[in-house]
Design a protein around this ligand. Structure first.
Ligand code: SME
Length: 157
């Protein structure tokens, strides 16, 4: 899809540039290019928890999520993308905003380990289709080696 290609080009530029603001800017690109992405953020696996990283959108009360909890925890447990068309009908859902109607969570995997995930909420019911999933999984693939390198560098500090 052409719009996906244009988004991926912008993402590649951000990844090449690197720097502290890279992930936050990446969230901004996604929100700007895909208006149904109302909240876009990263969670990172730290021990037995997911810890909120850079995001755009309303502040979330879920700064730390135990690995077994929420849609976010389910994506790690299942080691695959989880798409929820109606969050209010899903018992796993941890509410972030009353306006949220649907959600997609895409794990970022490297070398057999889940490093974190991309989490997107939409105010539109059933907002995420196969093109969204393909786009976000491709972004996760491109980010994985970069995030793995950062994690390794942190461990050496
Ligand atoms: N809804 C998520 C929690 C995180 S917020 O969407 C930012 C979940 O159920 O895991």
């Amino acid at each position: 899809m052409d719009s996906c290609k244009a988004i991926l080009e912008q993402i590649d530029t951000l990844i090449d540039r690197g720097g502290a603001a890279c992930l936050k800017d990446l969230c901004g690109v996604l929100q700007r290019e895909r208006p149904h992405y109302n909240w876009v953020g990263f969670y990172f696996v730290e021990g037995e928890e997911l810890v909120l990283g850079p995001f755009v959108g309303a502040p979330s009360p879920h700064v730390r999520i135990p690995l077994g909890k929420g849609i976010c925890g389910a994506a790690v447990a299942e080691r695959q993308t989880v798409v929820v068309a109606d969050v209010n009908a899903d018992l796993r859902y941890l509410a972030c905003s009353l306006e949220t109607k649907s959600e997609i969570v895409v794990p970022i995997e490297h070398g057999g380990h889940i490093l974190g995930e991309i989490d997107i909420d939409s105010h539109t019911p059933d907002a995420f289709g196969t093109d969204d999933r393909a786009l976000l999984e491709e972004i996760a693939r491109r980010l994985a080696p970069v995030l793995a390198e950062k994690a390794a560098a942190r461990r050496q500090l």
